[in-house]
Design a protein around this ligand. Structure first.
Ligand SMILES: [Zn+2]
Length: 402
């Protein structure tokens, strides 16, 4: 058994958040951010595994899996009834955009009027720092704690997400390392800390439709075949149907036409082909397979889909999931209420996150800071919120392991 040496108050969540923000880790760069985190966690007794993954046609990515617990990876107390509470997040950030529009240096991590400014202040370096500090506080008075606390932190959440969380999850599974539950620290609160816990996410399906015709002179249409009216009919058919009306945990599924492209600059030419793309954000009333079959049938309607005049390609970027309200969700809600005095809404709205990958392994929910400024100029978080989030995460750990 490895001896644990706890240095109390090693981690100040605000100072650690500042250290992380000062590493300009714009995807795919790490810029030393994970080393900053690993160094802090190692002082608490966490075993850190730095994981660098590569794949063809995509940049190499650094990731970190750190666990506090008495067994080796995939062994020890985890095999004897111990539980592994995982916190997941990302140290990569989106670009600053128009740097001149910022009122501060986006990587200086300045505090002004009670707010910590910088890229990643809300999404989501400060939440990682809060969890690390919460873990320290939680473990400080439990030298014989028989369970595990882990952090799964990727450098590829804002990018293609190929060499990130999915690869770490594969790596853990290969080694028999189990996660019992996971909290993702994305900024889930629309306006104020305590507003919202995400207990699921919608799925996302992309379809690209190409209608082929025959190019020709507009004055001789009988010698050509215009693909545009057929594409318009297909899109109208797709848009006409109401997919569903939602359910207890999800809003209605929605289809958006995101682009229509012909690229014809001439007024006297019937073009050879017309293209469109659609995106569907869908709930658990739908499946990707069902939606694909429906889209294909719409494209077939008298349009010769069979003879290659209409082509459809699909990209499934996320499946919908729900973590049903139960003791795990309840523990988070109580931890939030105890610190903020608010009953958080349990929601499945918004975009996707890496929770879409983790849900295949264990129950996953999301709670973090206020998301109002994420990806924006002058991204920031209230310093008081970072400290309150630390207390909430600690309260969550206390309740989960009670
Ligand atoms: Zn994020």
């Amino acid at each position: 058994m490895r001896p644990f040496v706890l240095e109390i108050t090693v981690i100040d969540p605000v100072a650690l958040a500042q250290d992380l923000i000062r590493r300009p880790s714009i995807t795919p760069a790490d810029a030393g951010a994970l080393d900053v985190l690993a160094a802090a966690l190692e002082k608490l007794g966490f075993t850190c595994h730095k994981l660098r993954f590569s794949a063809a046609n995509t940049p190499d990515i650094d990731n970190l899996y750190a666990r506090w617990g008495q067994g080796e990876l995939g062994q020890g107390e985890l095999g004897q009834g111990g539980r592994n509470f995982c916190f997941a997040g990302h140290t990569d950030v989106v670009p600053v955009g128009d740097a001149k529009a910022w009122s501060v240096d986006p990587f200086a991590a300045e505090i002004q009027a009670g707010r910590l400014y910088g890229r990643g202040a809300a999404d989501m370096k400060s939440a990682i720092a809060a969890f690390a500090a919460a873990a320290e506080g939680f473990l400080a008075d439990k030298p014989d704690f028989p369970h595990s606390i882990s952090l799964l932190i990727t450098g590829d959440e804002e990018g293609p997400a190929i060499n990130g969380t999915t690869r770490v999850l594969d790596w853990l599974a290969e080694r028999g390392e189990k996660l019992d539950v996971c909290v993702v620290g994305e900024p889930t609160n629309p306006l104020r800390l305590g507003d919202m816990i995400k207990i699921g996410r919608r799925g996302s399906l992309n379809a690209r439709i190409t209608v082929h015709g025959m190019q020709g002179h507009v004055g001789y249409p009988h010698l050509a075949d215009n693909p545009i009216p057929r594409l318009v009919d297909i899109l109208a058919a797709l848009k006409r149907r109401r997919l569903d009306s939602g359910n207890a945990h999800f809003e209605a599924s929605n289809l958006e036409i995101v682009t229509v492209d012909v690229g014809n600059t001439a007024t006297n030419v019937i073009p050879a082909a017309a293209h469109a793309a659609i995106n569907i954000r869908y709930n658990t009333e739908q499946t990707a397979a069902g939606l694909r079959a429906w889209i294909e049938s719409c494209c077939r309607l008298g349009n010769g889909f069979e003879d290659g005049r209409v082509e459809v390609t699909f990209q499934e970027s996320a499946n919908p999931f729900i973590t049903q309200p139960g003791p795990f969700v309840q523990a988070m809600a109580e931890a939030v209420a105890a610190i903020t005095g608010k009953q958080p809404e349990l929601s499945t709205t918004g975009g996707t996150s890496d929770a879409r990958f983790i849900q295949a392994y264990c129950p996953v929910i999301e709670f973090g800071l206020v998301g109002q400024t994420m990806h924006k100029v002058d991204e920031n978080s209230l310093v008081a919120d970072i400290r309150a989030l630390t207390e909430i995460y600690r309260g969550m750990l206390e309740r989960f392991f009670a």
